[in-house]
Design a protein around this ligand. Structure first.
Ligand code: ADP
Ligand code: TYD
Length: 205
């Protein structure tokens, strides 16, 4: 198994991404990999601004939100301290909870997918995942997990929107499948079983 991979996790809200990032990071660390786990929106100033919008503390239109995610992603890739490119250069296996496909899926509900893909092209060209893992759960299961875990729903967390987002994810995977390596796994199973499937695929990279 390559020790310097870039793996991106994708899925609708509550699909189990952060649970699987943690399990994969633990397995790879045990094998002696240097692992760096990260996420988008990041915890940079831009990421905080985005989180305020999602918590309904600040208002923004969909174009602005898409552009903020793009700025956050550039910083995530390029910042000199712990940017994705630097961490990969330093020999880490990098695992991210969300990357470009999140933008394709979430913003294409409100704007043409071509536009979203186009504005993200510089980032997609700078760094493409060795594997994108999509954890598939139903929008109903997502809403169920979100309402159990949190007091109030964030922006985009409605059954209707998550149904649309799941559809745009599938649309984006279809559209880009010849250029991207994508693994779709059933997220309605026990976390350990999902982790085993994911580890199996990564072992072959
Ligand atoms: P995400 O990062 O995609 O939002 P999390 O890993 O935070 O998802 O999981 C969301 C919620 O669902 C958490 O309460 C978590 O404990 C639970 N959860 C995670 N994976 C599973 C699973 N496979 N089956 C049932 N519940 C899960
Ligand atoms: P996140 O904190 O990962 O939420 P969750 O843990 O519930 O999956 O992401 C916050 C929200 O940001 C989520 O609803 C998806 C959205 N998002 C976008 O709309 N565009 C993007 O490019 C990214 C990375 C996330």
């Amino acid at each position: 198994m390559n020790k310097n991979l870039f793996i991106a996790f994708e899925g609708i809200d509550g699909s189990g991404k952060s649970t699987q990032v943690k399990l994969l990071a633990e397995s790879l660390t045990k094998l002696g990999h240097k692992v760096y786990s990260t996420f988008e929106p990041t915890d940079s100033d831009i990421g905080h601004l985005i989180r305020n919008i999602f918590a309904h503390k600040t208002e923004a239109n969909h174009q602005t939100i898409a552009a903020l995610f793009l700025a956050d992603r550039f910083n995530h890739l390029l910042n000199k301290t712990n940017g994705l490119l630097k961490m990969l250069e330093d020999g880490y296996t990098v695992i991210t909870d969300r990357y470009c496909f999140s933008s394709y899926a979430y913003h294409s509900v409100h704007m043409p997918m071509d536009w979203v893909i186009e504005i993200n092209k510089p980032c997609a060209k700078l760094l493409q995942p060795d594997l994108t893992i999509y954890i598939d759960i139903s929008p109903e299961e997502s809403m169920d997990r979100i309402t159990k875990a949190r007091e109030s729903a964030e922006l985009y967390e409605t059954l209707e929107n998550l149904t649309n987002v799941r559809n745009t994810y599938i649309e984006a995977f279809e559209l880009l499948k010849s250029n991207e390596k994508i693994f779709i796994t059933d997220g309605n199973r026990l976390p350990d079983l999902i982790a085993k499937d994911i580890f199996g695929i990564i072992s072959g990279l």
